[in-house]
Design a protein around this ligand. Sequence first.
Ligand code: ASP
Length: 303
Amino acid sequence: MAGGLLGIEALERAEIEAILDRARDFQPLQNEGFKRLDLLRGRMVVNLFFEASTRTRTSFEIAAKRLGADAISITAAASSVSKGESLVDTLNTLSAMRPDAIIMRHSASGAPHFLARHLAIPIVNAGDGTHEHPTQALLDARTILDRRPSLEALRVAIIGDIAHSRVARSNIFLLSKFGAQVVLCGPAPLLPPEFARIAPGVSLTTSLREAIRDADVIMMLRVQLERQHEAAFPAGEYFQFYGLGPEHIALAKPDAIVMHPGPINRGREISSEVADSQRSVILNQVENGVAVRMAVLERVLSN
Ligand code: ASP
């Protein structure tokens, strides 16, 4: 992974397994205070975020610092991009300062791939438009595997705005590579039929109950209003049909877990009762985000 991490789709199973295994080594560190390792001492990573983010940016920053690296965060509003500088010029300027890696979030699908072709510095995709969010899928897999021996044959229901979700796409690619059954669910305008062919083991339904029945994992998604030109579904009705409430949980496997990449909208796609319940692993996902990003940064920078 010397060239960075742009997506899950192109990764081999072995690479994914190596990251997930290594992330496990970093997990206990979270409970032992803010211990700083020396593994990436003297290295520098730049967080370049052209889209809003709280958890992902902070998580990458903490991960880099725990490995002993220096981390600098730049947000779009504070960068010269707001003065009209092109993306390539911004990146060329940054790369002249010789960071060891650039972690990038952008609203355009493919933006990090484009830059990776222009720059010699490894780029880690922290979310590109509606395309991929690879570290989210990795931390989701780590969170599931903390509770299940394998991903194989698990039934994972991904519910919500599938059309605009890079989290859904990265998770579909990862889960499918490991033989999970992925059921995608949402209102028809947010559930493009071509997703059925995106990877093996994927099926579609517009029925929330059908998706949840016998699920091992229920993954809820936010409606990405910022990516919709017109609201595809009246806001008030959304929760009634696609909001996850305690009454749905009984349909799933008895030990099913509820996930959400955040930010959660209580009362819109998930009820507070479920989000705060024993079934919810939402905060475990956040916690695993640091461990997984440590594993990714170590791999990307190990040369
Ligand atoms: N935080 C995730 C993302 O950046 C999910 C979301 O925004 O709804 O894609």
